[in-house]
Ligand binder design. Structure first.
Ligand SMILES: Cc1ncc(COP(=O)(O)O)c(C=O)c1O
Length: 448
């Protein structure tokens, strides 16, 4: 059955917006996806009908309780875990900081952790900081620049009896390559380490099965897979039960509440359930029968297959442009080893110049290191300028990829800034890259 792209697109109101006659093309998906109308409706319905705190006797509090329970069940179906193993919070980074403090309670001076040079900072900084607080040793795991993945022997070389945890990603938010997390997990676990998987970039592109992976924790963010701005952490039940949580004295000691501190974003939980239902409905349209998990699996099968064509088109189009270097797998026989997140640099144009030119055409892409800070450093790319990152999702079309490629090509043809001006851009970026988006607004309006 062919992928029902028109039916998919009809569900996303944002895809049909235009500005000054130019339709929006969303290729900023690795940084955040648009949402179907059903998610919008679920969030606003919750605000109107269930806007209360949890655990009371009256109608709206009971409705809010149900929303929270449903969201946990939906995410258990989505990740292949159990309801009580699903911890929902503000975003992946906050959940990871919280869990790193919690796990770190029992770590000692001289214990070791392994972080990778392939990960987003959300799965690096929390571990570096707990290691610093506890006097632990940090071991850095590089990715292989030919396979673009973490290789087993490189991991093996860093493990020893003192290793407490391996933090690694399922897929890179810069190169797009997918790690063999199941294999890497089994190696780390055989050495006695806990394994924390950052699945933020993989989650929109493939079915996750936490029991198959065998890891201890797995984090993702719903806003990357067509849902609201909310994060989800799955943890192994036995481990969560035996881990003392940082929580208020009077709050619940049950799972998962002991790790879900404060008042939850009830309305976004409603949106989260609707997001999983979106996948389920897509799977049913593609012919799935059986459980919701079966339908979700079918949705991913169809979407992954469809995305692969977009990715191949994007990569072959970019590869044909003079001066463009793609940082990731480009071999068309290896498309199953990556997600459709494609980053590149150009030998004359800065990533900001290209992203700005695309923005002028209402094509949305990101430039910079995108918090894949270690990745750009390992690749020898200036972290103050980074890369251009184009990321497709299953609601994009081949025509959108063509429009993007044409706009990239046109941006490269335009006369380039002189070296002096280029250097001043780099200087400006190196100052501004550590600023917040509020501070950045003014200095980044550069005139070069
Ligand atoms: C691979 C990866 N990990 C972690 C994060 C951080 O996620 P959040 O924004 O939910 O904290 C991102 C966000 O872009 C990401 O791409």
């Amino acid at each position: 059955m062919s992928f029902p792209i028109d039916v998919v697109r009809a569900q996303f109101p944002a895809l049909h917006l235009s500005d000054e006659g130019k339709t929006r093309i969303y290729l900023d998906n690795p940084a955040g996806t648009q949402v179907p109308q059903s998610v919008v409706d679920a969030v606003s319905h919750a605000f109107v009908h269930s806007n209360a705190n949890l655990g009371g006797f009256f109608k709206t509090t009971k409705a809010a309780d149900q929303i929270v329970l449903d969201a946990h069940q939906a995410m258990a179906d989505f990740l292949g875990g159990r309801e009580e193993e699903i911890i929902i919070g503000p975003n992946m980074t906050t959940l990871t900081y919280h869990m790193s403090r919690t796990l770190g309670r029992n770590w000692q001076v001289g214990d070791e952790i392994i972080v990778t040079r392939m990960d987003h900072e959300g799965d690096v900084s929390p571990w570096l900081q707990i290691a610093e607080d506890k006097g632990m040793v940090v071991r850095w795991l590089p990715f292989n620049q030919e396979s673009w993945r973490i290789e087993e022997e490189d991991l093996q070389a860093l493990l020893n009896e003192k290793t407490k945890l391996l933090a690694l990603n399922y897929a890179s938010n810069l190169t797009g390559s997918i790690n063999d997390v199941q294999k890497l997990t089994s190696i780390a676990k055989a050495a006695g380490a806990l394994v924390y998987v950052d699945a933020v970039q993989f989650a929109p592109h493939g079915l996750i099965d936490v029991s198959k992976i065998g890891c201890d924790f797995l984090a993702c963010s719903a806003y990357k897979f067509f849902g609201p701005h909310i994060g989800v952490l799955w943890g192994r039940k036995a481990l969560l039960e035996n881990t003392e949580a940082y929580k208020c004295r009077c709050s619940s000691t049950a799972l998962p509440e002991k790790f879900e501190i404060g008042t939850p974003q009830v309305e976004l939980h409603a949106g989260l359930t609707a997001t999983v239902s979106y996948y389920e409905d897509l799977g049913r349209q593609l012919g799935a029968q059986g459980s919701s998990r079966d339908a979700i699996a079918q949705a991913f099968e169809g979407a992954t297959f469809y995305e692969r064509d977009l990715m191949t088109k994007l990569i072959s189009g970019l590869s044909a442009l003079p001066g463009v270097s793609i940082h990731g797998i480009t071999n068309s026989n290896r498309m199953s080893e990556r997600v459709p997140t494609v980053s590149f640099t150009h030998d004359r144009k800065t990533p900001d110049e290209i992203a700005k030119a695309l923005s002028d055409n209402n094509i949305f892409v990101w430039s910079g290191h995108n918090y894949a800070y270690e990745v750009v450093r390992q690749l020898g790319i200036d972290e103050t300028t980074g890369v251009v990152r184009i990321g497709a999702a299953h609601y994009n079309t081949p025509n959108e990829i063509d429009a993007c490629l044409n706009a990239v090509e046109a941006s490269l043809d335009k006369s380039t800034v002189g070296l002096g001006a280029y250097c001043s851009v780099v200087r400006l970026r190196s100052v501004s890259s550590s600023l917040s988006f509020r501070q950045r607004r003014v200095p980044l309006k550069k005139t070069v």
